[in-house]
Structures are given as structure tokens and as C-alpha cells.
Design a protein around this ligand. Structure first.
Ligand SMILES: *[C@@H]1O[C@H](CO)[C@@H](O)[C@H](O)[C@H]1NC(C)=O
Ligand SMILES: *[C@@H]1O[C@H](CO)[C@@H](O)[C@H](O)[C@H]1NC(C)=O
Length: 371
């Protein structure tokens, strides 16, 4: 469908001689502009988001001396792979999946699809799961067995509950800081996210700035979000815990990526900052620590953030992260995305535009799939 529109555009604009009326000409121009916008919707999104981002780093930011923060101790983790796991695997990217003890099926789907230890174009990627303490003794036993069998669980010393997610992130940052200095990048991903390490590595490789040395805090950036002051809400944050009217810009917690230097700065800021009660949501907390450390978030349109993205093979091939994927769909989509040859440039542009527009509209417009 897109291909046909493209040629119609060309034919219309290319026609000379008999002058077309103003109205059809205008219609043609609008149609072509819409088509171009569809093909480059991610660039438009990046431009619009970057325009409204706060790019001012506060002068007092980033002055936490590393010596002032106690080192991460192995006793903080009840279960973990060998402390030498990163020394052995030498991952370029370590992906930490935050998971609840009961979500065994989600973890297995990830191991069977994008997880595990893999090599992408010569770069090693390792995926580990971050859990807390299960309140149910039966579940706690199952976790110990799972850790022994799979060797990919890291368990922090805190009760695993929704309101303790921020403690999970603190624990994850501490673990990666201490036990995985080999990784150039760390990704934090939720266990209902279809993550695509090769799309991420491709994006990082293609980006003009070599982030390997500098700070990178990459994901879907949320702008000017106000704290939730509704006491009934599960994200309730009273003004005693956070007095300002908006949060600093932060990356959606569904999936974000930190370079080694950003990880160190954010993790040090996190350990140095007093923890409020209740804690801010996990992603806001990371955003606050990043702000304190002088690290600015970067927006990448290939991270889906909250809204569901309708399935399209070429779209999913290009996206770095897609949220709200149950285990069964994860297996199905991953197999389909990887079964056939890579999509062409035009099919990726068209499919990406289509699924982004559909995700924005939040409804099925009945447009063609499978581009
Ligand atoms: C969070 O974890 C701490 C430490 O394990 C525990 O004392 C606390 O009850 C947990 N909070 C919730 C709401 O589960
Ligand atoms: C990075 O880009 C170079 C040159 O464009 C290419 O040769 C290399 O395979 C790429 N690496 C990855 C991991 O995509």
C-alpha cells in the first residue's frame, strides 16, 4: 500500500504540461507530506521530544565523591551467579530484567527468546534476572532451585513487592557497579518487555557520538510529569516526600540503557541520597539520581514505553523494546521476527510508521499488517 502511494506521489508531482487545478495539487502535496511523515515518524518524534527537553545541568550536580559511598557487599545478595560471572562472560551489554518471584513463565520465555548469553555481531550480551525476597516460603524454595538450575538470578535483600520496586533498582545498580565492571552498557528491562539487543547495539553503533566513554541514559523520555498526589493511587507521592511540582525528565522504567560511566554516577547518587517514604516510582527515582549526578536522559523512539505496539514483523525487527508482551506472544513474535530474512529499508520505515501511528491512536484502524 505504501509503495503504491509513493509512486502515485511521484507521478502527480512529475506531471507537467496541462496545469492541474490548485485543489488537486494541494491535495497531492498534503498526501505526499503525510506519507513522508509516516515514513519518518520516529525522526519527527525524536525532534519534537528533544525540543521540549530540559537540557540544563544544574551547576551543583555531579559532585558526589565515590569514596563517600560504601562499596556494594556480597552479603547484600541472597542469590547470585558466581561473582566472577562477568569476568568469565565479558559482556559488552548486561541486561538486568526486573522480575517478581512468581513470574517464572515470563523468565523462561525470555530465556527462550532474547535472553541468555548471546553474541551479536561479535559483541557479547548477557541477561540476568533481578528479584527480591518472596514472602511465600514455597515460592522462596522454587527460586533457590531456579537459581541453582539456571544460574541467572540475582536476589536482593528486601521484600519483593510493588512498592519496593525502587529498592530492586537500587540493588540492581549496586550489583552491576560491583560485579559487572566489564560491561560497557547495562540495560534495565521489565519482564513483560520484548527486548531486542541487536536493535539496541545497531542503534548505539549508528549513533554519531561514541557513547562508550561518555554518559548515556537512553530510553523513552517522559517530559514534565507531575507527582501523583492522589492518596488512593499506587504511585502516590505526598509533597513531604517530593515537594516540587514536576519531576525532572526521566526514561520510562519499562526499558532503559545506561553506559558504564552513567551507571557509576547514578548509582553513587542513589546510594548517597536519603530515601524518602514512600519512595518515588522506580523510573522517577533513577531520573532524580541522574539529575543529581548531572546525567541528562536521551530519547530514543525505538523504545515503546507504556503504550502497546500492534504487531508488525518489520516494526518489531527495528524496535529496541516493546512493552506488554505476555510469555506466549513473546515466543510467537520472536520466532516470527527472526524466521524470515531482514526487512528492507522501505518496509522497516513503513512498518515502523504504521505501528507507531497505531500505537499513538491506541486503536486498531484496520490498516494492512505484515509489511
Ligand atoms: C520493602 O522491603 C523492606 C525490607 O525487606 C521491608 O521491611 C518492607 O516491608 C518492604 N515494603 C513493602 C511495602 O513491602
Ligand atoms: C558497527 O558498524 C560497523 C561499520 O558501519 C560495522 O562494520 C559493524 O559490524 C557494526 N557493529 C555492530 C555491532 O552493529
Amino acid at each position: 500500500m505504501i509503495g503504491r502511494g509513493f509512486w502515485v506521489c511521484k507521478a502527480r508531482l512529475g506531471k507537467r504540461g496541462n496545469r492541474p487545478g490548485v485543489v488537486p495539487l494541494l491535495g497531492g502535496v498534503i498526501a505526499c507530506a503525510a506519507l513522508l511523515a509516516l515514513l519518518f515518524v520516529d525522526f519527527i518524534e525524536l525532534w519534537v521530544t528533544s525540543m521540549s527537553m530540559n537540557t540544563v545541568v544544574e551547576p551543583h550536580a555531579g559532585i558526589i565523591p565515590p569514596q563517600s559511598v560504601p562499596p556494594t557487599r556480597p552479603e547484600e545478595f541472597l542469590l547470585m551467579p558466581s561473582p566472577l560471572v562477568c569476568q568469565r562472560a565479558k559482556p559488552y551489554l548486561v541486561t538486568m530484567v526486573t522480575s517478581a518471584p512468581a513470574n517464572q513463565r515470563a523468565r523462561q520465555a525470555i530465556r527462550d527468546t532474547w535472553g541468555g548469553e548471546v553474541e551479536v555481531k561479535g559483541l557479547r550480551v548477557m541477561t540476568l534476572f533481578m528479584v527480591g525476597v518472596a514472602s511465600d516460603p514455597g515460592l522462596a524454595k522454587l527460586l533457590i532451585e531456579e537459581a541453582r538450575e539456571k544460574g541467572d538470578l540475582v536476589q536482593g535483600r528486601f521484600l519483593d513487592s510493588y512498592s519496593n520496586l525502587t529498592l530492586k533498582t537500587l540493588s540492581m545498580l549496586g550489583w552491576a557497579r560491583r560485579f559487572c565492571p566489564q560491561a560497557h552498557f547495562m540495560a534495565k528491562v521489565d519482564d513483560d518487555v520484548l527486548f531486542n539487543p541487536s536493535a539496541l547495539l545497531h542503534f548505539l553503533n549508528k549513533s554519531r557520538n561514541p557513547y562508550e566513554q561518555g554518559d548515556l541514559y537512553l530510553g523513552r523520555v517522559h517530559l514534565h510529569v507531575a507527582p501523583d498526589r492522589d492518596p488512593e493511587s499506587k504511585h502516590y507521592l505526598p509533597s513531604g516526600a517530593y515537594p516540587h511540582s514536576v519531576f525532572p525528565d526521566y526514561c520510562s522504567g519499562t526499558a532503559y540503557v545506561l553506559s558504564r560511566s552513567a551507571l557509576l554516577k547514578i548509582s553513587l547518587a542513589a546510594s548517597a541520597s536519603p530515601l524518602s517514604t514512600p519512595l518515588p516510582p522506580e523510573d522517577v527515582f533513577v531520573g532524580l539520581c541522574a539529575r543529581a549526578a548531572g546525567v541528562l536522559p536521551s530519547h530514543c523512539p525505538l523504545f515503546s514505553g507504556g503504550p502497546a505496539v500492534p504487531y508488525g514483523r518489520c516494526c518489531y525487527q527495528a524496535m529496541v523494546s516493546i512493552h506488554h508482551i505476555p510469555p506466549r506472544e513473546m515466543l510467537q513474535y520472536w520466532a516470527d521476527v527472526n524466521s524470515s530474512p531482514p526487512c528492507s529499508w522501505l518496509s522497516i520505515r513503513a512498518s515502523l510508521g504504521m505501528c507507531k501511528v497505531r500505537a499513538m491512536l491506541g486503536s486498531d484502524l484496520g490498516l494492512e499488517q505484515g509489511l
